[in-house]
Design a protein around this ligand. Structure first.
Ligand SMILES: [Zn+2]
Length: 264
C-alpha cells in the first residue's frame, strides 16, 4: 500500500499557514488488502473529479512555494473514504456515482469500514493534528484547498474561485473581495456551503484547537493550464497574505466587512 498521507514544509516569513489537501490523490492501492472484487469500469472515475480534486495538489504546493508553510496531503482516493467528511456522513464512503453502484464499496463489513478509518482516514487527520500541535505557539492559519469541476452533471459553473466557511463570515467576505480584485469570478460558500457540514476537515481541526480556518474551491480548468494556474496561485497567495495582515482579522470583534476604497 502506498503512503496514505504526505507532508511538505517550507519556512514561512509571515504568518504560518497549514495547508490541507483532503482530495489530493486518487490512490486505491489499499484495496489490495481487502481483496475485493473491483469492476474495471469503475476505474475511469479515479481519473475524473469523482476520484480526486484535479490540480489541487499542485496548487497547494504552489501556494507553499509562495507563502511558506506546511502541507498535509491525503493521497488515497475519496472514493475509498472521504477525509473531508465525518465518518457518520452518508458520503463518507460513497456507494454510487451517478446512480451506478461503486464496486469496491459494495457490502462493506464493519471491519472493512474500521480498517479504512484506521489505515487511511485517521493517519491523515492525526497528521493535521500533529502539525497544529507542533506549531500551536505560532497560531497557525488552517487553509483547506480543493478544486471543483466546471461541469457538474450537465450544469455549467461560471464561478471560478470560492471561499467556503462555517464561521468567520466577515473574513471570508474580505478574502473573496481581495481575490475578485484580480479579475476572477468569485463566490462565497459555492458550489456548496460550509454551513452544510461540507468543509468538515478544516472545521473539525480549527474548532478543536480554536485556530482560524477557511476552505478554498478553485475551478479545475483554471488549474490545468500551467500559466493560468500560476496566476491563480499568485493572486490567491497575495490575497491571503493581505487578509492575514489586516488588523483584527480572525479576532474577537472582527474586521470591517469590506475592503476600504483607500485600500484598492
Ligand atoms: Zn475536494
Amino acid at each position: 500500500m502506498n503512503a496514505p498521507v504526505s507532508t511538505t514544509f517550507s519556512p514561512a516569513s509571515e504568518r504560518l499557514i497549514i495547508y490541507t489537501c483532503e482530495h489530493a490523490g486518487n490512490d486505491i492501492s489499499y484495496l489490495e488488502h481487502e481483496g475485493r472484487e473491483m469492476a474495471d469500469s469503475d476505474h475511469i472515475y479515479l481519473e475524473q473529479h469523482w476520484g480526486y480534486d484535479i490540480g489541487a495538489e499542485q496548487l497547494t504546493r504552489g501556494f507553499i512555494e509562495r507563502t511558506g508553510g506546511i502541507g498535509v496531503f491525503a493521497n488515497f482516493s475519496r472514493l475509498i473514504c472521504d477525509p473531508n467528511r465525518s465518518v457518520e456522513h452518508r458520503t463518507f464512503i460513497p456507494q454510487s456515482i451517478e446512480e451506478r453502484p461503486l464496486s469496491w464499496n459494495l457490502g462493506l463489513s464493519d471491519n472493512e469500514v474500521s480498517g479504512r478509518i484506521q489505515s487511511l482516514y485517521e493517519p491523515f487527520h492525526n497528521m493535521v493534528d500533529a502539525e497544529i500541535e507542533r506549531t500551536y505557539a505560532e497560531q497557525p492559519f488552517l487553509f483547506s484547498v480543493h478544486s471543483f469541476t466546471p461541469n457538474y452533471q450537465g450544469e455549467t459553473r461560471d464561478m471560478e474561485i470560492a471561499v467556503l466557511f462555517d464561521q468567520y463570515d466577515s473574513e471570508a467576505a474580505l478574502f473573496e473581495q481581495l481575490i475578485a480584485r484580480h479579475g476572477f469570478q468569485t463566490a462565497l460558500n459555492k458550489p456548496y456551503s460550509g454551513y452544510d457540514d461540507l468543509i468538515y476537515s478544516a472545521s473539525a481541526h480549527g474548532r478543536k484547537y480554536d485556530i482560524p480556518y477557511l476552505e478554498l474551491e478553485v475551478r479545475q480548468d483554471l488549474l490545468q493550464d500551467p500559466t493560468l494556474r500560476q496566476r491563480v496561485e499568485q493572486c490567491i497567495s497575495e490575497s491571503l497574505m493581505r487578509l492575514l495582515e489586516m488588523p483584527g482579522v480572525f479576532e474577537a470583534g472582527g474586521v470591517a466587512t469590506s475592503v476600504q476604497a483607500s485600500d484598492r
